[in-house]
Design a protein. Structure first.
Length: 68
């Protein structure tokens, strides 16, 4: 399962979802799905988002095993 801190970083930076999407050449819907953990980003997209926030990919994304 993908856990992400994108929303936290985005809000701290004062960016709207659409603004972040434009900065990383993605659709706003992609950002929505990323923030909700319903989309696994490509490595390039993950790196582009991390660069916007001057963070590492590991700071923004965490993969965990499903516990069922």
């Amino acid at each position: 399962m993908l856990k992400t801190r994108i929303k936290e970083y985005r809000e701290r930076a004062g960016l709207k979802q659409s603004e972040l999407a434009e900065l990383v050449s993605a659709r706003r819907e992609t950002i929505v799905h990323l923030e909700n953990g319903r989309y696994n980003p490509s490595l390039k997209l993950a790196m582009d988002i991390a660069k916007v926030f001057h963070a590492t990919v590991e700071e923004l994304f965490q993969f965990t095993e499903d516990e069922e």
